[in-house]
Design a protein around this ligand. Structure first.
Ligand SMILES: Cc1cc2nc3c(=O)[nH]c(=O)nc-3n(C[C@H](O)[C@H](O)[C@H](O)COP(=O)(O)OP(=O)(O)OC[C@H]3O[C@@H](n4cnc5c(N)ncnc54)[C@H](O)[C@@H]3O)c2cc1C
Length: 480
């Protein structure tokens, strides 16, 4: 399936840059429509099972910069991006949320997205659910997931098991239906060529057209790919960075939106830790502003969650089998920026939390701590410097008083909105089908297009937009 670049020069009708949720679906739709497609992916093709989930090996091979990337600010927000065939879909938790219908309608009005029917997106979501085998786990939730449910039920808070794109054959944990298992093989079966380990450094422009992509292989060899149209699908950080490196301006990289999260580690009387999987329950009582869920909790990640208050919490690290890590995520009003800087390979990213964001993070962590006590945790260890161990409701109040977002480990895995879609020229970077404003043959088709962070796990929304736009392109209706 993987075409190694034999020459320094290649050619395609359509070049797709990036093979994640946006790129893989774009490639499949276009190839199935008979278009000659070349996919270029910076990361390597890693078969599922070749790396242990959340291991350093996986971080090294499937994440950008080993998973160590940060949006500067007060506080800085750590973020992670997949960098491999399949992008984020290979490493993520697989938790599936349909695009929220009301939000789609609001986006259509606020960003003036033309010819945009929320019902079309929801019908694409139906297709995606079938292709990805979205469903709940027949084996039932794990102990860390059950703890979340128990605590939420005790408080009367709305919660539920979130379905995942996992295929269950009756044995074992199920197989993640990531892009290397679904849309990339489909694209290849229809003739798409997929080149991995090849980075696009910049697009070469001729007026309002891109005429070629300049590439680099890991050994330093460079190449040039010509095409008729290009779809930039590098994700919400890399897509705007690539466009900026290519000299494209406008509303590119100015409106990064994320779901900032803060964490805590909860210790229970009995072992419950699952090192290689995440809890599937989420609490949506306070959604869309505030959601709770479970995080990866291998021993290293448990230690990391105790690290902010290491002097006080370090003795708990040996109890890791009885500890699981949970998060409170907010729909942020803050925004960030992506700046590509001459001669630097990676962009500089910033993020600014508003006062309302900070207050939500504080109350979110407090409510999550309460939920964990109700679930039976003997101690809760919040992830911020100066945090107290929480054992009673009174301690929850103390913790909230001591909390400061500036001292917390704030992180995110949901990155969106750096090239928002729509006709609202003052804030959109691409037109209603993802073509970059001011360019005739440059399209963006990934998480960058989402007008705002959706308040739910975003992959299905990214896929629905990408499939809609690629279909429209294939039908010839969005050609310049
Ligand atoms: C740890 C983690 C957990 C997550 N959990 C969930 C979840 O449970 N549910 C959910 O809905 N979402 C989840 N997400 C988010 C979801 O994975 C993303 O929203 C989705 O993958 C975004 O798709 P994308 O196409 O925009 O970018 P990506 O999937 O990130 O794909 C972009 C690809 O482009 C490649 N690329 C970038 N620049 C270049 C270049 N210059 N040249 C060549 N290739 C390039 C990258 O290497 C990457 O492979 C999670 C993400 C992470 C990181």
């Amino acid at each position: 399936m993987i075409a190694r670049p034999a020459d320094a020069a290649m050619d395609a009708e359509v070049l797709v840059i990036g093979s994640g949720a946006g790129g893989a679906t774009t490639a499949a739709v276009l190839a199935e429509a008979g278009i000659d497609v070349l996919v270029v992916e910076e990361g390597e093709w890693v078969e599922q099972g070749d790396t242990v989930p959340f291991s350093l090996d996986q971080m090294d091979r499937q994440y950008r910069a080993g998973g160590v990337t940060v949006a500067l600010g007060l506080p800085s927000v750590a973020y992670t991006e997949g960098r491999c065939a399949g992008g984020g879909t290979e490493v993520n938790s697989g938790l599936y949320w349909r695009p929220p219908g009301e939000l789609l309608a609001r986006w259509r009005e606020d960003f003036r997205i033309a010819d945009f029917d929320p019902a079309e997106l929801l019908s694409i979501a139906d297709e995606v659910e079938t292709v990805l085998h979205v469903g709940t786990d027949p084996a039932g939730p794990t102990a860390p997931s059950e703890a979340m449910r128990r605590g939420a039920d005790a408080l009367g808070w709305r919660n539920g098991e979130i379905p995942r794109w996992m295929r269950h054959d009756g044995s074992g944990a199920g197989q993640r239906q990531s892009m290397t298992r679904t849309y990339l093989p489909r694209a290849a079966a229809s003739g798409a060529r997929i080149v991995t380990g090849c980075r696009v450094d910049r697009l070469e422009l001729d007026g309002d057209r891109a005429v070629a992509a300049h590439t680099t292989l890991p050994d330093g060899r460079t190449g040039r790919i010509t095409f008729r149209d290009v779809f930039v699908c590098g994700g919400a950080i890399q897509s705007p960075a690539l466009l900026q490196r290519s000299g494209i301006r406008g509303n590119i990289g100015r409106s990064l939106a994320v779901h900032p999260t803060v964490k805590l580690a909860a210790r229970f009387a009995d072992p419950l830790n699952i090192p290689d999987d995440v809890p599937v329950h989420q609490v949506k009582e306070f959604a869309p502003h505030l959601s709770f869920g479970g995080s990866a909790s291998n021993p290293g990640l448990v230690a990391l969650s105790l690290l902010d208050e290491w002097n006080g919490f370090r003795d708990a690290v040996v109890d890791w089998p009885r500890i699981s890590v949970y998060y409170a995520a907010i729909t942020s009003q803050g925004r960030g920026r992506v700046f590509s800087v001459p001669r630097l390979r990676d962009p500089i990213v910033t993020y600014h939390l508003t006062a309302r964001d900070r207050a939500l993070l504080r109350s979110g962590l407090g409510r999550l701590a309460l939920l964990m006590l109700e679930a039976g945790a003997d101690t809760v260890f919040p992830s911020f410097r100066g945090a107290p161990a929480v054992r009673t409701r009174k301690h929850v109040a103390t913790m909230e008083r001591l909390f400061s977002a500036n001292r917390a480990s704030v992180m995110t895995v949901h990155l969106c909105s750096t090239v928002p879609i729509g006709e609202e020229a003052a804030r959109c970077g691409a037109d209603s089908f993802g073509r970059v404003h001011g360019a005739t043959n440059i399209h963006v088709n990934d998480a960058s297009l989402l007008p705002t962070a959706p308040g739910v796990n975003p992959q299905a929304t990214v896929m629905a937009f990408a499939i809609r736009n690629a279909r429209r392109f294939a039908a010839g209706e969005s050609h310049g």
